[in-house]
Design a protein around this ligand. Structure first.
Ligand code: DQA
Length: 139
């Protein structure tokens, strides 16, 4: 089973970035533990701060992977192109947000992705990625 985790802008700074909101664990640390826990799943990781690169990666993995866990960061709230890419591909996508976007600024309440994904997990910290993988693995 192949699952892709795709992170958008500024998520490369996890651990350093606003730790009160996003926690103090780097994604690399978290990913190492995740790969250990799900040793039988082939988990790939891609992060970019560039919108088009996220679209390219969704297209690359979106026809033969078994699942995608996508945190598009701020592009969630602005990117029609990423929403279109999610709609265009065959692989089921789960949208994850570390913080509870509904409890923050109004501009974070809208997502161009939510209507196109299988489901969304928000506000549960890094655990959200793990829950998404659990769900995809149990399909
Ligand atoms: C985020 C929430 C977004 O609003 C924000 O722009 C991010 C991170 C989250 O994981 O909580 O970069 O996607």
């Amino acid at each position: 089973m192949k699952i892709a985790i795709i992170n958008g802008p500024n998520l490369n700074l996890l651990g350093k970035r606003e730790p009160g909101i996003y926690g103090s664990t780097s994604f690399e640390e978290f990913l190492a533990a995740l790969k250990k826990k799900y040793a039988t799943i082939d988990i790939t990781y891609f992060q970019s701060n560039v919108e088009g690169e996220l679209v390219n990666e969704l297209q690359r993995v979106g026809f033969d992977y078994d699942g995608i866990v996508l945190n598009a960061g701020a592009y969630t709230h602005t990117s029609i192109a990423i929403g279109d890419a999610v709609a265009a591909i065959k692989t089921p996508v789960i949208e994850v947000h570390i913080s509870n976007v509904h409890a923050r600024e109004d501009f974070r309440k809208f997502s161009y992705l939510s209507a196109k994904v299988v489901g969304s997990i928000v506000g549960l910290g890094l655990k959200g990625y793990e829950l998404a993988i659990d769900w995809l693995a149990s399909r």
